[in-house]
Design a protein around this ligand. Structure first.
Ligand code: NAD
Length: 310
């Protein structure tokens, strides 16, 4: 029997119609879930609607926009917050969203901020959850569903069910740690990558060449846990005894990274970062990446069922 606590999510409002929000709305509508896009900057809504609708031919009437955040979220089953990555803004917004819709599940697409911090101003955080899509959200299969300290099973279960229904591969993250699972792993690698350059072990091009032609080739097929088992945990232990003492473990960003940002060298956005980015190369990189991800997904072997996906 369907009760309120396991009722499937039938309507979604996406708050923040930028890069992520518009595509999240598009992928929901593509799978038959009504989606309303809203943004404080009404000027982005026309292009957001066009982009979202282009993703769901045949179902494009299921996406709409409403420039007033409070009315866009009123009455929907789920609100997905996808505004800029700023704790104060998200925290204030969550309180406004709860006032405008007392019964919806409030989800945040934050990349790294703990859900409990974003829900800190709510009296009751039971219907709050992390819903971390990766970019591009219609292509990357995984969505991390994160339990905050007050999150109820209902919010986790209904989010998992919705995401499976729209064709994603949702996974449960049961503790609310900064960066969740994927970004903790990703940024452990990036910290070491930057440190190798900063300490003169090799140049920036060499770091990427090594990653792309060693672990990068393997990772989409065999994750680090299976790989550790595969090579043997005795070998893994011996390697860790040798290498861990000299791997960077700074609990702060690299001074080299801070200096480059302070000097305005932001990478592709400004033309210079660790590498040179001539005009047009950022767009070329985006296309290259999407084509590669699509080709890998088309060619990959069947995946084992996610333990948390039922
Ligand atoms: N870009 C990525 O690769 C990526 C990947 C995964 C998760 N995320 C996360 O998704 C979220 C959105 O990222 P993005 O890249 O789409 O950002 P974006 O800058 O492209 O879009 C953010 C939008 O939010 C709007 N906004 C700001 N404050 C608002 C408010 N109070 N109410 C309503 N709208 C508001 C802005 O006008 C803007 O259109 C962030 O939390 C980010 O960390 C981003």
């Amino acid at each position: 029997m369907l009760t309120e606590v396991n009722r499937p999510v039938a309507s979604v409002a996406v708050v923040g119609a930028g890069l992520m929000g518009r595509r999240i709305a598009g992928l929901m509508a593509r799978a038959g879930v009504r989606a309303t896009l809203t943004d404080v900057n009404a000027a982005v809504l026309d292009s957001a609607l066009a982009d979202a609708r282009a993703m769901c031919p045949g179902n494009e009437y299921l996406v709409d926009v409403d420039p007033v955040v409070a009315s866009a979220v009123a009455g929907v089953d789920l609100v997905i917050e996808a505004v800029i990555e700023n704790l104060d803004i998200k925290r204030t917004l969550f309180a406004e969203l709860r006032a405008a819709n007392p019964t919806a599940i409030l989800a945040t697409n934050s990349s790294v901020i703990p859900i409990s911090a974003i829900a800190a101003d709510l009296d009751d955080a039971s219907l709050t959850v992390g819903m971390h899509f990766w970019n591009p959200p219609d292509l990357i299969p995984i969505v991390e569903v994160i339990r905050g300290t007050g999150t109820a099973d209902e919010a986790m279960d209904r989010s998992m069910e919705l995401l499976s229904r729209v064709g994603k591969m949702p996974v449960r993250v049961e503790r609310d740690v900064a960066g969740f699972v994927g970004n903790r792993l990703q940024h452990a690698l990036w910290r070491e990558a930057i440190d190798l350059v900063a300490t003169g072990v090799c140049d920036a091009e060499t770091v990427d060449l090594v990653v792309r032609n060693t672990i990068g080739l393997r990772l989409a097929e065999m994750g680090p846990i299976e790989n550790a088992d595969y090579v043997g945990l005795d070998l893994t232990l011996a390697i860790h005894e040798q290498v861990l003492p000299s791997i960077n473990r700074d609990p702060f960003p690299s001074p080299l990274l801070e200096r480059m940002v302070a000097e305005g060298n932001l990478g592709a956005k400004t033309g210079e970062g660790f590498l040179d980015w001539p005009a047009g190369s950022r767009e070329a990189a985006a296309s290259r990446l999407s084509a590669h991800v699509s080709a890998q997904l088309a060619a990959r072997s069947p995946q084992p069922e996610s333990k948390g996906s039922s």
